[in-house]
Each structure stands twice: as structure tokens, then as C-alpha cells.
Design a binder for this molecule. Structure first.
Ligand code: ATP
Length: 405
């Protein structure tokens, strides 16, 4: 259908990027990227007329995002052949726009396309021997200036290498070392770098990627303030590992509460940093002030609680509740990551899975019937009843009534 829509309006459409890579590897990929030789916006609007769904267009870049009724997402881009867009090093002849589009991509494994127009549907377009690299499990840039053009690709290389168990090709790795030496990475405060870092932290197991970043000497750019204090020592790795375990554990609970793993990993990496260093990190990568403040508050709160719990685990559940109630899910998981005793993790886990859900059985109406007047007093009563329930002092509604009398 997609190809027919393109054909009808005289454009050529191609599936590109990660979708093709994953298809060739028989992996699922729910995001379809399409490049159109023609006008991506006209094409996207036409496609939505045929398939239904919603479309959002970005006129300046001639791109569009489509969400179909079943949740499937399609990103549409336009392959344009405009003179000023040519990389200086390239001859301006003999390039079809799809070829140029693919040449501008990050790695060969992401630089293949599939024809979608009916006559040639399914034909693989591979200008740069990409399929071989995919077979050989190699991450390779398309040209030597790739990391100069966009240093965030270094993070992408590491992410793909670790996710798919590929290898960054030797020449490409040399270019990374070169970029590091030239301080290419350090000079930029490109928000893309943070976006890519976040992507690494959203992977199922980012630990290998984090280590690889350290080995490639990228830590000094990502967290320059941490040096020379920061050592990739056992304690550091232990905290990251515990962060990963805590996040997996939380996902297994199926709580239906979305969490942002990147916050946990970032705090875990910066576990030994001061608030000022977190601020500097946020400023460099243009992270919003309110997110930065939240990160710092969660860290300071969790650090303090971690120390208290190391000294003594409260006997009363109500006390545990009181202690942990100001932590977000990410703050709680960070606390589990820095825990220096098993009992601390157990306490947090008890709080997450049960204590924090305990409520009084009596509700507002019940209290009114008992002659109380709604307002501040109610809040205090509910909180007292909840504490009593947590500590096993009341079990039934009757108990609760007796308790407040
Ligand atoms: P994932 O499975 O993680 O989504 P993906 O390959 O689909 O991987 P995206 O970040 O969605 O990754 O990017 C889609 C495509 O856009 C990539 O396959 C790649 O061809 C291209 N791309 C993305 N980022 C860059 C970049 N920084 N430089 C060049 N090309 C890029």
C-alpha cells in the first residue's frame, strides 16, 4: 500500500535505516522509517488518507510522523538534492537523492534501503556493501568525517555494538580515538549527545556500554568534573550493577508505573558527585532546570536515607513509610543501587511492593458519620490510621473506629 500511494503521486518511497537492518536480521522493529524522493509531507498526508491514523508534519525539514490506529509508527523524511546540502568532500554528480541520504547516515548497517514502489517492491538497495558488514557484525562509519560531523554517533556506535553484540570496526574505532584526541567530543554541548546517552540507559543492559564508554575515554568528556575522583573501580561498577538489577526488578513487578531508567543510571554514575557537578552536567547538555533540581533532590534525599538505613533499619513499618515517602520511583531505585547492605534493599522493596499501598479502610464518609468535620483534621486522622495499620495495631474497620475514638 505504501508503495502504491507513492507511485500514485509520482514519488519513490524507500524503507530505510534500523527497520531494514532489523528485518535482515529477522528482528522485530516497530518503527518504520521511510524516505521519499519527492515531497515527504504530501506523501505522508496521502498515506494517512489511505491507511487512517494521525499525521504531524514539520514543514521546515519536510518530515512527518504518522501514528496508525494500531499504534504502529512511521517516520517520513524527504531525500532532497539541494546543492548546499552536499558535504564538501563529495563530488556533486552521479548521486541519486536516496544514495546521498544513505551516505549521510551513521553506520553502514543503518544505510540500506528497500524499494517500496510496486514494480520493484522489496528490492534491497545497498550502495556501500552494508550487507557484508551486517553479516560480519561490524559497526562501520560511511566516511572519515562522520564523527567530526556528529560526535553523538560515537555513543550510537557503542550502543549498537553492545546491544547486538557487534564490533566497532578497527578503522572506525581509530576514528573514535582520533575524535577523542582532538577533543571533538569535549567541545560540543550538543543536546544530541545527551539524547544518545539516554538511549544507552534505556537499553536492557547498559553496563557493557557504560564500560565501553569508559574504555574509549569518553567519561572524561561526559563527566569531566568527576575526574580525577571518578575511578571505574569495583564500588562504581557495583553501584551500576545494582542499579540495573533494581530496574529489572521493578519492571518485573508490572506496576504499570512508567519509570525513566536513565535517571537511575545517571544518579548511579554520579553517586559520588556533589550537587554542583550534577548542575554542571545538566547545564552542558541543556537538561531542563526542573529536571536537574529533581535529580539533585532525589539524590540528596536517597543518600541521606541510605546512610540512616546503614546505621539502623527502623522496626516500625510506619517509620519506614515516613522515611521513604518523598522518594520517586527513580529515587527509590537509586537508593537500592547505592545500598551497602542487603537489608536496605529488602526494606525498600518491602516499601515499594506493599507498605506504600497501605490505606485506611475507613473513608471520608465514615469519618463524617462519626461526627468529624472534613479538613486538615481528616488528613491527620487518615495518616494516623494508616500508621496504625502499618504497625499492625488495627486490622478491621471496627479497630480503626476504636482507634480514632
Ligand atoms: P533503534 O532500533 O535503536 O531505534 P534505529 O537505527 O532505528 O535504532 P534511530 O535513532 O531511530 O535508530 O534512527 C533511525 C535511523 O536514522 C538510523 O537507522 C540511522 O540510519 C539514522 N540516524 C539516526 N541518528 C543518526 C545520526 N546521528 N547520524 C546519522 N544518521 C542517523
Amino acid at each position: 500500500t505504501i508503495g502504491e500511494v507513492a507511485e500514485d503521486i509520482g514519488f519513490k518511497a524507500y524503507a530505510v535505516g534500523g527497520f531494514v537492518r532489523d528485518l535482515l536480521q529477522k528482528q522485530k522493529n516497530l518503527d518504520l522509517d521511510i524516505v521519499v524522493e519527492g515531497d515527504g509531507i504530501i506523501f505522508a498526508k496521502q498515506l494517512v488518507k489511505t491507511l487512517g491514523g494521525r499525521v504531524r508534519t514539520h514543514d521546515r525539514f519536510k518530515t512527518a510522523n504518522i501514528t496508525l490506529a494500531n499504534g504502529f509508527k512511521i517516520d517520513v523524511a524527504t531525500a532532497r538534492l539541494e546543492y548546499y546540502e552536499y558535504p564538501a568532500a563529495l563530488p556533486t554528480v552521479e548521486l541519486s537523492s536516496i544514495k546521498l541520504d544513505l551516505y549521510r547516515r551513521d553506520f553502514t548497517i543503518n544505510a540500506m534501503a528497500l524499494q517500496l514502489n510496486p514494480a520493484l517492491f522489496g528490492t534491497l538497495i545497498d550502495f556501500f556493501s552494508c550487507q557484508n558488514d551486517l553479516k560480519d557484525k561490524l559497526i562501520k562509519v560511511l566516511h572519515n568525517l562522520s564523527f567530526v560531523e556528529d560526535p553523538s554517533r560515537i555513543l550510537r556506535a557503542v550502543r549498537f555494538e553492545k546491544r547486538m553484540d557487534f564490533k566497532i570496526a578497527r578503522h572506525t574505532e581509530r576514528l573514535i580515538h582520533g575524535a577523542v584526541k582532538m577533543d571533538l567530543f569535549g567541545k560540543t554541548n550538543n543536546p544530541r549527545i545527551f539524547t544518545e546517552l539516554k538511549q544507552i540507559f534505556e537499553e536492557e543492559n547498559p553496563i557493557l556500554a557504560i564500560r565501553r564508554l569508559a574504555d574509549l575515554e569518553l567519561f572524561q568528556f561526559l563527566w569531566p568534573d568527576l575526574l580525577p575522583n571518578l575511578k571505574i573501580d569495583r564500588r562504581f561498577l557495583h553501584i551500576i550493577r545494582q542499579a540495573q538489577q533494581a530496574i529489572s526488578w521493578f519492571h518485573l513487578l508490572y506496576l504499570d508505573e512508567p519509570i525513566e531508567p536513565w535517571r537511575v543510571y545517571l544518579l548511579a554514575i554520579m553517586a559520588r558527585s556533589r550537587p554542583r557537578q550534577i548542575e554542571t552536567f545538566c547545564e552542558r547538555f541543556q537538561i531542563h532546570d526542573h529536571i536537574c533540581r529533581e535529580l539533585i533532590i532525589q539524590k540528596l534525599t536517597a543518600d541521606e536515607i541510605g546512610n540512616k538505613l546503614y546505621g539502623r533499619i527502623p522496626e516500625k513499618n510506619s517509620e519506614i513509610n515516613q522515611m521513604l515517602k518523598n522518594l520517586t520511583n527513580e529515587g527509590l531505585l537509586y537508593l537500592m543501587a547505592i545500598a551497602r547492605k542487603k537489608e536496605i534493599k529488602k526494606t525498600v522493596s518491602l516499601y515499594v511492593t506493599s507498605l506504600r499501598n497501605v490505606q485506611s479502610l475507613l473513608n471520608g464518609d465514615d469519618l463524617k458519620k462519626l461526627g468529624y468535620i472534613p479538613g486538615e483534621q481528616f488528613k491527620k486522622m487518615f495518616s494516623d490510621i494508616t500508621d496504625a495499620r502499618l504497625d499492625g495495631l488495627v486490622k478491621s474497620r471496627e479497630d480503626e473506629k476504636q482507634f480514632i475514638l
